[in-house]
Design a protein around this ligand. Sequence first.
Ligand code: SER
Length: 317
Amino acid sequence: MKQDTVLIIGANGQIGTALLPQLQHLYGYDRVIATDIRPSLQSTDIFETLDATDAAAIATIVKKYRITQIYHLAAVLSAKGETDPLWAWNLNMQTLLNVLEVARTYQIQKVFVPSSIAAFGEHAPKYETPQSTLLDPATVYGISKVAAENWSVYYHKRYGLDVRSLRYPGVISYQSMPGGGTTDYAVAIYHAAVQGLDFECFLAEDTLLPMIYMNDALRATLELMEAPAHQISVRTSYNLAGMSFTPAQVTASIQTYFPDFKTTYQPDFRQAIADSWPKSIDDSVARHDWGWKPAFDLPKMTHEMITHLTEIYHQVA
Ligand code: SER
């Protein structure tokens, strides 16, 4: 077992919830410290309530547990950020800078800071969006991600901090609900189908977006974090691809299990956000540098989502 002590900030979020057990498996239960601003979800975890806008509070936990790695997963996502842009900017930037400063001060060995397809905007090529292109995001969330990518490079170059990052596509998972994102429909649609409900989609039926199944997102994260430092050529954030699909395509995929399932379309302000993002991602640099390869396509993911959610809803019933 590995000899690191890992801090997760935002452990109750969509990625944190699924990542926590994997890190516990890799490092041991007593070597993974889960934190979130909300109370713990699972009593078995080592958990501390943490407001990551408070740098001193992060430092206290880092010292208390002799942390050597940090996963900074707390953020306001794209759609929620648009409802209060300055609040979202302050929260995303303050927590990031706190993490980077604490990591520098206490000589943390590795830091993971996620970025997103939201870093891209109007002037990036829409299909097979390349690793290096113009970044002119349309949302405050995207602006905060581009800033985070640049701060990560700065801390790496100036202080030698080993910060690593992925530009996640929309992440699809059964473990918990995402909150406040534009790609969230692609999780909610499976919950509706399994409950025998129709689904009203807030994006138009032909809105093609890059997505990834949680298993692939977690494997990419851990593979990146375990790659030797000399293989990491990108210190902004790596493009990462899983699959791309539209609401109509995921509906059709679900209908192979539930033929009567129906989606209606009622696009709202999130349509403009989705339209500003890539439709597919070129992740060849990640493939080259640390051997990335996704394993899940839409049919395989639909099978897993329906199987797991059916189990969950049967347990609840
Ligand atoms: N899934 C995120 C969102 O929709 C994008 O990173 O905001």
